[in-house]
Design a protein around this ligand. Structure first.
Ligand SMILES: Cc1ncc(COP(=O)(O)O)c(C=O)c1O
Length: 449
């Protein structure tokens, strides 16, 4: 006997602690219980269908229940569900590595698997610090991050990220890092001049690197778009500027492509927009098409070589996770990459994102829309109380959350970042579904007073 919606809700409220969720409100509310999905739709326990406009937290690529990925996972299940990569090679993880190497910036030669975005960035920080240790410069062990950056919720990731709204209670337990300002043009002193904002931020980064370069291991950046910070789209040339400064000051560049990788911005990887080759690159989310947890940190040959030596020399990277390189996840990733080719997914994002931009344009005239930022299939609509002064709404009103909740009545699931309404549709979503999402969001924003 399947459980009723009310039974499932009761069990959830009694036992489950949800991520990034105000549990007081959750317990008092009537949560949607998702029991199935089909294509672009999530289906709840009462059979209602909703467009998945958050790509199930920014990871879904081809939609749900994709026959080719389902079949690949089933076929792998008939071989083995999980074997360790500690001291053993694994067929799908090996084949996936070879496949990924053809896609990533060509200076990257090795892949270290893990299972989430946070583990991918954590691995990058540890690799960067140990790289300098191994080459005889252990004093280079500090990091530079950016304001509003998000790299995940583990301690290293929180230390190099800077999101007080999420992590303030944990600041005392973090390791110290340097922070450069991020080019959040709309909230800067020169909202009409993105290049001036970019120059100011790069100058600040240059000052940090000039003063502290000898003790810095790496600069870490979400290339082109800072996701969780509010879909902050960087001015053209900013990524290139950061890469040049890292090179000039002899620090490594870590590109956190967890959110922007796998086609999200209209290129396979966001670094491609400015021809940047990072020393370390982190991916997760879209790597399996949004099916299963898998992440990867890519490194250059030079970094990898610094870890070679006799076992007693202490150069080995002693890091790993139980499910690192899980075969089911790797099989899903291989099938997903086949679909990227077969369906020309990245070119599709480029084309459809132009349509999406046209759909969004009229929203700029709504009285409470302060800014609309878009790169590919990443959209942030920043709501403000006063358009003239850019004054935000009182956070207690939770305007972004209310708008998103109301969109459910239109059959659309969206999630805000504060008062930024985020649209992050699966890359395979068609124009008609995109139109429904924009219409729902527009209707609900228009009701704001
Ligand atoms: C840029 C970036 N890095 C890291 C992460 C953390 O990924 P995960 O939630 O898989 O740990 C995220 C998640 O949103 C992200 O956007």
């Amino acid at each position: 006997m399947p459980h009723s919606t009310n039974q499932l809700r009761d069990l959830d409220r009694r036992h489950v602690w949800h991520p990034f969720t105000h549990m007081r409100q959750w317990i008092d509310g009537d949560p949607l219980v998702i029991t199935a999905a089909q294509g672009m739709h999530l289906i709840d326990s009462d059979g209602n269908r909703y467009l998945d406009a958050v790509s199930s937290l920014w990871c879904n690529v081809h939609g749900h229940r994709v026959p080719e990925i389902d079949a690949a996972v089933r076929a792998q299940l008939d071989k083995v569900a999980h074997t360790t990569m500690l001291g053993l090679a694994s067929e799908p993880a090996t084949l996936l590595a070879e496949r990924l190497m053809r896609l990533v910036p060509q200076n990257l030669k090795k892949v270290f698997y893990s299972d989430s975005g946070a583990t991918a960035t954590e691995v990058a920080f540890k690799l960067a610090a140990q790289y300098w240790f191994n080459v005889g410069r252990p004093e280079k062990n500090a990091f530079v991050g950016f304001a509003d950056a998000y790299h995940g919720d583990t301690v290293g990731a929180m230390s190099v990220g800077r999101m007080p709204a999420f992590h303030a209670p944990h600041f005392p337990m973090l390791f110290p890092a340097h922070f450069a300002p991020s080019p959040y043009v709309y909230r800067s002193d020169s909202p009409g001049d993105p290049q001036a904002v970019s120059r100011q931020c790069l100058a600040a980064l240059d000052r940090i690197l000039t003063e502290h370069g000898p003790s810095i291991a790496a600069v870490c950046l979400e290339p082109i778009v800072q996701g969780a910070g509010g879909i902050i789209v960087h001015p053209e040339g900013f990524l290139r500027g950061v890469a040049d400064l890292a090179r000039r000051h002899d620090v490594l560049l870590i590109a956190d492509e967890v959110a922007v990788g796998f086609g999200r911005t209209g290129r396979m990887f966001a670094c491609e927009h400015e021809g940047v080759e990072p020393d370390l690159m982190c991916v997760a989310k879209g790597i399996t098409g949004g099916y299963l947890p898998l992440a990867a940190t890519f490194a250059t040959q030079k970094i990898f070589d610094a870890f070679l030596g006799e076992p007693w020399e202490g150069r080995t990277f002693f890091h790993g996770h139980t499910y690192t390189g899980n075969p089911l996840a790797a099989a899903a990733a291989l099938a997903s990459l086949d679909l990227f080719d077969k369906n020309n997914v990245v070119a599709g994002v480029q084309k459809k994102s132009t349509d999406l931009a046209k759909m969004l344009a009229p929203l700029r005239d709504l009285p409470h829309v302060g800014d609309i930022r878009q790169k590919g299939f990443m959209v942030g609509i920043e709501l403000v109380a006063d358009k003239e002064t850019r004054r935000p709404f009182d956070p207690k009103r939770r305007v972004g959350a209310q708008v998103c909740l109301a969109c459910r009545q239109h059959g659309v699931i969206v999630r805000p970042l504060g008062d930024v309404i985020v649209l992050m549709p699966p890359l395979a979503m068609g124009v008609e579904d995109l139109r429904k999402i924009v219409a729902a969001v527009e209707a609900e924003i228009a009701k704001l007073t």
